[in-house]
Design a protein around this ligand. Structure first.
Ligand code: ACM
Length: 532
């Protein structure tokens, strides 16, 4: 089973769970278990083969599952706990139960399982800006996350290369900013070449509402990200007046950091708050909204007399302070809407964050520790080992990636709240999240390959607080479940012939070099995340 349960004692006896068996208990818990076990076609009844009860003492995501010859008993701390009990019960059945083929009866082995998560934030990030992934892929990803008890989907909805959500207030965003005529196809540090294929797409607000509801039913919270004030080329292709230079930009068709930046003035704040209202209105309850703050090139602010004067009118004497003020202003607007802001770590370094702003330290756990020491909640997102767009090996067989090497074992060995930190610092670690930047992930098949099985190791670390000694053995067994679900994961031995999609060529970056540069860095646009 992945992730491993806190306590898992096999018991003698087993139970034959028949398709169409009855399930009893509080209606919302019954719904959650039925959703986790759709193939069983469970029928609500007064007594049941599965008996459920609420026990809030187990915590909202905790559960106790006892199976034996008399049936299945579940105590759950809340709806999420019941859903996870259902997922655990599902994983105790043969892999065939993950296929849409029917069977009359399933043998449930006797066991007593007591379980609850070590971390409350067990996340995956997906960059849908560099490459768009249609709604059906998001729903499928949510199903796969649910199997692994992952519970935060961070959708990176806006970047230089595309804007990915309908806006009724600013319709040129989806009409103009959602597509580009071509995309860079060269390797890192090679002369630029392009594919000359249009790329685009966006979620309608109805799509987003559906994604939010589908996620919620599976105990997943969607965290939308609008990355500002940098990474703004796509916005400025549609609404140049929001930019520091007021010049029209193109939706970028190459990678790397751009100097396109929004102006920090009230018109921009008004624009972004209107977008927040649309996102929150569509998604429903949205406890977190990510506002980016990474890789900001402030040159156009410093060069603008109008922006400099605006900063001075606020009593701010540098562009860095103005950026901090701007992000705080957005976080205040989110707080008024009941949402906490989440930022990449550069925004923490710039200072002045609201205390309740969550920090994602992508440049390493050093800056994460500083944010935790300053009292911010932190979600561990360091490039090493949680950037799943890096290749799993430096082998020439590996398909094109931004760099290497991040292995399953690297992820399994990761500690989101390192023992060297103080108890106070550790208490601020909400959890961990894997990142999928998609410059080199053009489609769902490549996404499967990059994500799995590294996300299995992430799930184990984030749920169980560390991978168990028998993780490798359980992972090998778990691959049969992924096969049944049709996941095109990377085999542990390396890519299948058709997964070696493009010849490996020199010029990739090595993750150890990147991490040592990021660790030491005060932000410098030239030396951060390597452009490709
Ligand atoms: C990032 O990788 N720029 C957060």
């Amino acid at each position: 089973m992945i992730p491993r349960a806190n306590l898992h004692n096999p018991l003698s006896g087993s139970y034959e769970l028949a398709t169409g068996a009855t399930i009893s208990g509080p209606a919302d818990l019954v719904d959650a278990v039925r959703l986790a076990l759709p193939f069983l076609d469970l029928r609500p009844g007064d007594t049941g083969a599965i008996e459920l009860r609420l026990d809030p003492a187990l915590g909202p995501e905790g559960y106790r599952l006892v199976t034996g010859s008399r049936g299945v008993e579940i105590a759950a701390g809340g709806r999420a706990g019941a859903f996870y009990a259902g997922q655990t019960l599902h994983q105790s059945l043969p892999d065939a139960s993950y296929r849409f083929t029917t069977r009359e009866e399933w043998i449930v082995p006797g066991a007593r399982i007591e379980d609850s998560p070590r971390f409350s934030w067990r996340g995956l990030h997906l960059d849908v800006a560099r490459h768009f992934f249609p709604k059906r892929e998001i729903l499928r990803l949510l199903d796969l996350m649910a199997v692994h008890k992952l519970n935060r989907l961070h959708l990176h909805l806006a970047d230089d290369q595309g804007w990915r959500v309908e806006s009724r207030a600013y319709p040129l965003l989806h009409e103009v900013s959602s597509h580009r005529p071509r995309t860079a196809s060269n390797y890192h540090r090679e002369p630029e070449t392009y594919d000359d294929l249009p790329h685009g797409g966006y979620y309608t607000l109805d799509d987003l509402a559906e994604i939010g509801a589908y996620a919620r039913a599976r105990a997943v919270t969607v965290v939308p990200e609008i990355d500002v004030p940098g990474h703004a080329s796509a916005i400025l292709a549609a609404y140049p007046s929001l930019g520091a230079t007021r010049e029209r930009h193109d939706v970028l068709h190459r990678w790397g950091i751009s100097s396109a930046i929004l102006s920090p003035t009230p018109a921009t704040v008004e624009f972004l708050t209107a977008i927040f209202d649309e996102l929150i209105g569509a998604l429903g309850e949205t406890p977190y909204v990510h506002i980016g703050g990474d890789e900001v090139v402030l040159d156009h602010w410093s060069a603008s007399p109008e922006i400099t004067a605006y900063g001075e009118s606020l009593g701010l004497d540098s562009a860095v302070d103005l950026q901090a003020w701007f992000l705080r202003r957005l976080a205040d607007a989110l707080a008024e809407r009941g949402s906490r802001a989440v930022v990449w770590d550069e925004a923490f370094v710039s200072g002045r964050l609201r205390q309740d702003t969550v920090v994602m330290p992508w440049r390493g756990m050093g800056v994460g520790r500083r944010a935790a020491a300053a009292g911010h909640d932190v979600v561990a997102t360091p490039v090493f080992p949680l950037y799943f767009d890096y290749a799993e090996s430096a082998s020439p067989d590996e398909p094109m990636a931004i760099g290497d090497t991040i292995t399953v074992a690297d992820v399994a060995a990761f500690d989101p709240a390192p023992s060297g930190w103080t108890a106070e610092e550790r208490s601020h670690v909400l959890g961990a999240q894997g990142q999928l930047w998609t410059e080199r992930i053009p489609d769902a098949r490549t996404l499967d390959y990059r994500l799995w099985p590294r996300a299995c190791a992430l799930a184990e670390v984030a749920w169980s607080g560390g991978s168990g000694d028998d993780f490798d053995e359980r992972l090998r067994a778990h691959l049969g479940l992924l096969d049944a679900l049709g996941v095109e994961y990377r085999p542990l031995e390396g890519p299948r012939p058709w997964q070696r999609r493009r010849p490996h060529r020199p010029g990739r970056v090595n993750v150890a070099d990147v991490m040592s540069r990021l660790d030491a860095m005060t932000f410098d646009a030239e030396s951060t995340r390597p452009s490709m």
